[in-house]
Ligand binder design. Structure first.
Ligand SMILES: Nc1ncnc2c1ncn2[C@@H]1O[C@H](COP(=O)(O)OP(=O)(O)O)[C@@H](O)[C@H]1O
Ligand SMILES: [Mg+2]
Length: 334
């Protein structure tokens, strides 16, 4: 299958008074047409910076390092002109952010916000765009769409506002939808509805979906592939089966332990992972997770681990899977 979007050796830094913040340090993944992929990791791991780079939204304070590539249909979008970015944003790739209230214009009714988006990309009249806007609102589950179209963002609940954001994001039939923590700001009770909506729309329109979250629990049924990020790097990547049933990286295992389990009735403390992510200015020379890792060895603190592959889709960056160690473990078992 053809890769629709491929991120290759993506490195993004911000230059601040305190020094160079290395937010993204060599991220790689790809997504096929119609496929869904999740990027998972704690806050501060570089997930949003990765998403913003794919959308061309890194402003001048950010530096995308040379040799970074983001191939869309085989062409490096990092070489796009401003005009090409404008065409790409919305009709090829669209994003839904966590905070719909901040993303919407408070002084314009939502109908006009959707119409504006449609007209920017399609050559149709305002009347036709209005019809489309009403259809879109119905599609994302907003009742009385023909009346609600005249309302302003503050007149909607958090969940409904996120539905409006999703309507705007899919208004121009993007091939790729990025949802960056789409439910984090919402009440737990409606999180599942929004995830369900995103999943339904993705299937209905055969879009590729990149869903970003700090909570592995919400992507189990949604994403076919999972990319686990830690401190600006991909530490493990695999199918959802690989990640949920055969996790390899100690960080992935810790993230899984942090997912609330409905099948356990004892009120066990949720296992939040001890410690915090390292400074992204003075990044560790060894494995970034070594300071928090239960399995940390001497080499982990001194040398960054290479990539070890388990199958074509499943790989991990962790010294535990060095062949020599694997051999000696086998001997120990004998
Ligand atoms: N505009 C910016 N200027 C400086 N540092 C930034 C900027 N944007 C993000 N960062 C830093 O980059 C790192 C990754 O951020 P982000 O991608 O937002 O994390 P995540 O989405 O995984 O929570 C963080 O350390 C954050 O502080
Ligand atoms: Mg983020």
């Amino acid at each position: 299958m053809d890769k629709l979007l491929e991120v290759k050796d993506l490195k993004v830094s911000f230059h601040t008074y305190a020094g160079e913040v290395q937010s993204v340090r060599g991220v790689e993944f790809y997504i096929n047409k119609g496929e869904s992929l999740a990027i998972v990791g704690e806050s501060g791991c570089g997930k949003s910076v990765t998403a913003k780079t794919i959308m061309g939204l890194i402003n001048s304070s950010g530096e995308i390092k040379k040799n970074s590539e983001i191939l869309y249909k085989g062409k490096n979008i990092l070489d796009y002109t401003e005009k090409e970015w404008q065409n790409y944003r919305g009709s090829d790739c669209s994003i839904v952010f966590q905070d719909a209230l901040a993303a919407l214009n408070p002084t314009m009714n939502i109908g006009n916000q959707i119409i504006e988006k449609i007209i920017a990309h399609k050559k149709i009249s305002k009347e036709e765009a209005k019809e489309e806007a009403i259809e879109l609102l119905k599609l994302v589950g907003i009742l009385n769409a023909d009346k609600r179209i005249k309302q302003y963002p503050h007149e909607f609940s958090g969940g409904m506002r996120q539905r409006v954001m999703i309507a705007i994001a899919i208004a121009c039939n993007p091939k790729i939808l990025i949802a960056d923590e789409p439910t984090t700001a919402l009440d737990v009770t409606i999180q599942a509805d929004i995830i369900e909506l995103i999943k339904d729309l993705q299937e209905k329109f055969n879009m590729s979906l990149i869903i970003i979250t700090h909570d592995l629990g919400i992507v189990a049924d949604v994403a076919k592939k999972i990319v686990v990020m830690y401190a600006g790097k991909v530490v493990e990547s695999g199918t959802n089966y690989d990640i949920f049933y055969n996790p390899k990286h100690p960080y992935t295992k810790a993230l899984l332990e942090a997912v609330p389990r409905l099948d356990l009735d004892d009120k066990r403390e949720l296992c939040a992972i001890d410690g915090t992510i390292p400074s992204m200015i003075n990044t560790p020379i060894g494995c970034s997770f070594s300071s928090r890792c239960k399995n940390c060895m001497v080499i982990c603190e001194n040398q960054a681990p290479p990539k070890f592959e388990f199958n074509q889709n499943h790989y991990v960056e962790c010294w535990l899977y060095h062949p020599i160690l694997q051999e000696s473990n086998k001997e120990d078992d004998m």
